[in-house]
Design a protein around this ligand. Structure first.
Ligand SMILES: C[S@@+](CC[C@H](N)C(=O)[O-])C[C@H]1O[C@@H](n2cnc3c(N)ncnc32)[C@H](O)[C@@H]1O
Length: 243
């Protein structure tokens, strides 16, 4: 006879024998979790599908502009739709842009342009969005070669290669005006930043988790900014430049 058992950690154990004496013959470890498994789980960071759906359906989707809805619906059919900015971040970005009366903004990490469109729709008619779809660091350095660009942006949104966030931070702190906002996406990385045991994560998830654990510490102790980390989407950290 065969008997299968799954341990709490997801390891599958296969036993052969009889009810009186079982012999373990094989152990199959659980597959490592990838960004596709937990990156954009239906439950979001709340880990409650019902509550997350409730938030989306009661106030996010009903207020989502038609063009944004269309773009989101097309993007989710794409193989890399896991990169799409979470819909519940849109209203926050839009509100921040309006509260701060942002006119000149910069965005790093565009993909199909959902967050870019959120920004464009929230700006006044004379507003301007710069976006970087090529490798961003040299573009930021180029912008900083012209002193006129220093402190000239009201708002920045970063949702690109995670390992470079700390480098973007230093440059954006020069490009964004005092009192302006820099927003970083994915800073809770599917909640994994709080996992002590990350052995079930694949290499990519683990290395990005380490990047965010480090970045979150650095941002929290950076006296040049005032921060707020929100558990929306995949974690959104808002930084206001203080000086
Ligand atoms: C998570 S997606 C951005 C999602 C987008 N904010 C949205 O609303 O759907 C990340 C994007 O960053 C871009 N990217 C990756 N490395 C980059 C780099 N070094 N500089 C600029 N963009 C980069 C990728 O090509 C991709 O388009």
């Amino acid at each position: 006879m065969l008997s299968l058992k799954t341990t709490r950690r997801g390891t599958l154990r296969i036993y052969v024998g009889t009810k009186k004496s079982w012999k373990k013959t094989m152990e199959i470890p659980p597959a490592k979790l990838s960004v596709f498994d937990i990156g954009k789980a239906d439950a979001g960071l709340l880990q409650s599908k019902e509550l997350y759906q409730y938030i989306l359906e009661t106030n996010v989707y009903p207020n989502e502009a038609e063009v944004l809805k269309e773009l989101r619906e097309i993007t989710v059919t794409q193989p890399w739709s896991v990169m799409l900015c979470a819909a519940d971040e849109g209203p926050i970005m839009s509100l921040v842009l309006k509260i701060f009366n942002a006119k000149k903004t910069i965005e790093i990490g565009v993909y199909t342009g959902y967050s870019l469109l959120v920004t464009a729709l929230a700006l006044p008619e004379d507003g301007k969005v710069e976006f970087i779809e090529s490798i961003a660091l040299p573009v930021l350095d180029k912008l900083l070669e012209d002193p006129k660009n220093e402190g000239s942006f009201d708002y920045a949104f970063v949702d690109a290669d995670k390992g470079n966030y700390k480098n973007y931070h230093e440059r954006l702190l020069k490009l964004v005006r005092v009192g302006g906002m820099i927003l970083y996406d994915n800073t809770l990385w599917s909640g994994t930043v709080a996992w002590e045991d990350d052995s079930s994560l694949d290499e990519h998830m683990k290395s990005v988790k380490d990047v965010f654990v480090d970045l979150n510490k650095k941002l929290a102790s950076d006296s040049r900014i005032q921060i707020l980390q929100l558990p929306v989407g995949d974690g959104l950290t808002m930084c206001m430049r203080l000086h």
